[in-house]
Design a protein around this ligand. Structure first.
Ligand code: TPP
Ligand code: SF4
Length: 265
C-alpha cells in the first residue's frame, strides 16, 4: 500500500532516520499483507528529530510530548484493544526524559511496540549528550568529554520486564525491517533499540559498518544469557555490536489482564 503523505522531509541528508522510515514502510506493508488492518495501526512519537516520522507515514498517528510515548501507547491499547500502537522515540526522549514511563510500560508488559531511534545524542536541540552517549565524548554540554558511563537499555529493559527486547542497526536494513515486524507481532511489551548515526552531531556510520554483527546461537528465552549477551556492548565508543533478539518470552499482558478483570474478554 502507498504510505506516502506528501509532507516535505526535513531531516539532514544522510540521517539514519531515512533508513528507519523506509524499513518501517516495508514492515507495515508486510504486516498488512499478513492480516493487520492498516486502519488499526497507530504511530505515536515523542519530541525530537525522530518524532517527525509520524508526518511521513500515511497511517493514524499522534504526536505526543517529550518522553510520554509509552503512556500514550498504553492508553490507546486499553481504550481499543484492536489497535496496534507503535511508538517512536529518541534515546533522549525514551531513556532520558521518559525513562520512568518506559520502565513501567515494560514492567506491565503492555502489548505495544517501541522503536528507539538511538543516535546517542540529542539531535533536534543540536548536539547535547544523551543517556547513551559514550564516556569521554565531547558534546555541547560535555565540552571536556562526558564523565558519565552510558546506560545499557537492553539490560535495563530485560530487567524491567519487557518480553521482547531487540537491537537493530541502520547499517543492516533488511534485519531492521525484520526486527520491526517481529516486535509488532510479539504479544507483550516489545522494544527495538535501533542504533543509527546523527550525521550532524554524532556520525557513527563508519563505526557501525565495521562493528555490527548478527547474534547467532543465542537462546532468547534464557534471561541470564540474554543479560550476558547484552553486556557484550555497553554503548561505549568501541567494541563489536551484536544485533538481533536478545530476549523473547510469553507472559500475560497488562491490557489482557485489565480486560479480563472487567469481564470484557
Ligand atoms: C520536557 C522537555 N524538555 C526538553 C525539551 C527540549 N527538547 C526537545 S527535543 C530534545 C532532545 C531530543 O533528543 P532525542 O530524544 O535523542 O531525539 P533526536 O532529536 O535525536 O531524534 C529536547 C531536550 C522539550 N521539548 N520538552
Ligand atoms: S540533527 Fe541528526 S538526528 Fe536530526 S535530522 Fe540531522 S542528522 Fe538526523
Amino acid at each position: 500500500m502507498n504510505l506516502e503523505t506528501g509532507a516535505k522531509i526535513t531531516w539532514c541528508p544522510g540521517c539514519g532516520n531515512f533508513i528507519i522510515l523506509s524499513m518501517l514502510k516495508k514492515a507495515i506493508n508486510e504486516l498488512v499483507e499478513n492480516g493487520t488492518k492498516p486502519e488499526n495501526i497507530v504511530m505515536v512519537s515523542g519530541i525530537g528529530c525522530h518524532a517527525k516520522i509520524v508526518d511521513y507515514v500515511n497511517v493514524n498517528s499522534f504526536y505526543s510530548i517529550h518522553g510520554r510515548v509509552p503512556p500514550t501507547l498504553t492508553g490507546l491499547k486499553l481504550a481499543n484493544p484492536d489497535l496496534v500502537p507503535i511508538g517512536f522515540a529518541g534515546d533522549g526522549d525514551a531513556y532520558g526524559e521518559g525513562i520512568s514511563h518506559l520502565i513501567f510500560a515494560a514492567k506491565r508488559n503492555v502489548n505495544v511496540t517501541m522503536i528507539i531511534h538511538n543516535n546517542r545524542i540529542y539531535g533536534l536541540t543540536t548536539g547535547q549528550f544523551s543517556p547513551t552517549t559514550p564516556e569521554g565524548m565531547k558534546t555541547k554540554t560535555t565540552p571536556r568529554g562526558s564523565i558519565e558511563y552510558p546506560l545499557n537499555p537492553i539490560k535495563l529493559m530485560i530487567s524491567a520486564g519487557a518480553t521482547f527486547v531487540a537491537r537493530a542497526s541502520t547499517t543492516d536494513m533488511n534485519h531492521l525491517k525484520d526486527m520491526i515486524v517481529e516486535a509488532v507481532n510479539h504479544k507483550g511489551f516489545s522494544i527495538v533499540d535501533v542504533i543509527e548515526p546523527c550525521i550532524s552531531f554524532f556520525d557513527s556510520t563508519k563505526y557501525l559498518r565495521e562493528n555490527v554483527y548478527k547474534l547467532e546461537d543465542h537462546d532468547p528465552t534464557d534471561e541470564k544469557k540474554a543479560i550476558e549477551k547484552a553486556e557484550e556492548w555497553n554503548y561505549t565508543a568501541e567494541g563489536k555490536i551484536p544485533i538481533g533478539i536478545f530476549y523473547k518470552v510469553n507472559k500475560p499482558t497488562f491490557d489482557e489482564l485489565i480486560l479480563r478483570g472487567r469481564k470484557l474478554v
